[in-house]
Design a protein around this ligand. Structure first.
Ligand SMILES: Nc1ncnc2c1ncn2[C@@H]1O[C@H](COP(=O)(O)OP(=O)(O)O)[C@@H](O)[C@H]1O
Ligand SMILES: N[C@@H](CCC(=O)OP(=O)(O)O)C(=O)O
Length: 375
């Protein structure tokens, strides 16, 4: 899939599509939900579904839908109030979607995910199974971050990266990012001289060539920065991606020449590793000796306690941690197998010693190679 036309054709032919729509495309200038915009979006998504496609909609808008009815003038900035607003707004948002999709005879199902659901194997498998069952039933799953519960340290905030992980989770054939700007530009579109880009053959190469900024609106969160990250996550997972204005959702889904398309650059990988590489926020650090550093750099070894010199930070089993060498150079990110307070007594010991001193449950690597990505 090398040319722009090939990538657009692949998007049009996609059997399973993830469509992400941002807050800025669902709201009026005041920040309140805009039902006309919702109507147009649902029309475009429903037509893909009615033609036999499997579609997941990743929709922002819970906070936008909630602050007006709660009597706030604008989006609250306090975290607890934001979470409460999202809790009220999410129900209202879903009520709109239910009514609008019902006009096309379609059912919707709600899935609220936290960042943790995309890493912890059990939660990940459960989310994937539910999503697959919904799609098999012909339902349109509507996904949002579980804002009411997401903790501030480990939340996405934007839905861009979440949508790329969902695309991976459902083995999507295309990712469609809908926003309030018609394409990726060489610089924020408000800057004189910025030019529209319609095709990105290798998203890794474009990162140094464009100037991207955070959100241009009061309601959007991640801006173009997180959209490019999402496009990159899709590209390295082998998923073609198009970024376009929400008002061009129909043409973008049909492969017409709107927005910016990103070619896939690699075969599909695991979503958990993708999250670790791009989105995980490490909670601690494991400092390793030269031998372990070499083994980790080699890319196929687990990190054994025998090669770890020090543990820093406060983390639980399953949390992301940095793996650094003695000079502090970051080698990899991985998921810790043990809570941070269990680690000091394990350091420097071989698996046989750990088994003998502490029992079988302490004889595992501190980071298993399946849970480790090089940076
Ligand atoms: N290089 C760029 N090209 C296009 N848009 C950009 C660029 N850099 C920053 N932006 C801004 O990103 C905004 C879209 O992000 P955001 O407001 O978070 O939308 P959403 O709510 O859809 O996630 C655009 O309105 C634009 O102002
Ligand atoms: N999860 C939040 C949306 C966060 C947000 O604004 O994301 P984005 O539209 O991707 O910038 C909500 O539903 O209000």
């Amino acid at each position: 899939m090398k040319t722009q036309e090939e990538v657009r054709r692949a998007i049009a032919a996609a059997e399973t599509v993830v469509v992400k729509v941002g807050s800025s495309s669902l709201t009026q200038p005041s920040g309140h939900l805009d039902t006309k915009k919702l109507e147009a979006l649902v029309g475009a998504v429903a037509s893909v579904r009615l033609q036999g496609g499997r579609v997941v909609l990743v929709s922002s808008g819970a906070i936008a839908a909630g602050f007006g009815p709660l009597g706030f003038e604008s989006r609250p900035t306090d975290v607890a109030l934001q979470q409460a607003t999202a809790s009220v707004g999410q129900g209202l948002l879903m009520a709109h979607y239910e009514t609008l999709f019902a006009r096309y005879g379609l059912r919707v199902g709600q899935l609220l995910l936290t960042a943790e659901d995309t890493i912890r194997p059990q939660q990940y498998r459960s989310a994937r199974r539910t999503m697959a069952a919904l799609l098999d039933l012909g339902v349109v799953p509507i996904v949002n971050e579980n804002d009411a519960l997401a903790s501030s340290e480990i939340r996405f905030g934007d839905n861009d990266r979440l949508s790329a992980l969902v695309a991976n989770m459902v083995c999507a054939d295309a990712l469609v990012l809908l926003t309030d700007v018609d394409a990726l530009y060489t610089a924020p579109p408000s800057e004189p001289g910025s030019k529209r880009i319609s095709f990105v053959p290798d998203v890794n190469e474009i990162l140094d060539q464009v100037q991207v900024r955070g959100s241009g609106s009061k309601v959007g969160t991640g801006g173009m920065v997180t959209k490019l990250e999402a496009a990159r996550m899709a590209a390295v997972s082998g998923i073609p991606c198009v970024l376009s204005a929400a008002k061009n959702a129909g043409p973008a889904l049909m492969g017409d020449p709107v927005g910016t398309v990103f070619a896939p650059i690699r075969k599909r990988g695991s979503a958990r590793r993708l999250w670790l590489k791009f989105a995980a926020n490490p909670r601690g650090t494991l400092v390793v000796d030269a031998g372990a550093a070499n083994a980790v750099r080699g890319g196929r070894a687990s990190l054994l306690a025998a090669g770890v010199l020090e543990t820093q930070g406060d983390y639980s089993a399953g949390d992301p941690v940095w793996i650094v060498d003695e000079a502090g150079n970051r080698l990899a990110r991985g998921l810790a197998s043990y809570d941070s307070e269990e680690v000091p007594r394990m350091l420097g010991r071989t698996s046989a010693q750990l088994r003998r001193f502490f029992g079988e449950e302490y004889a595992h690597p501190l980071v298993h190679r399946d849970n480790l990505v090089l940076v």
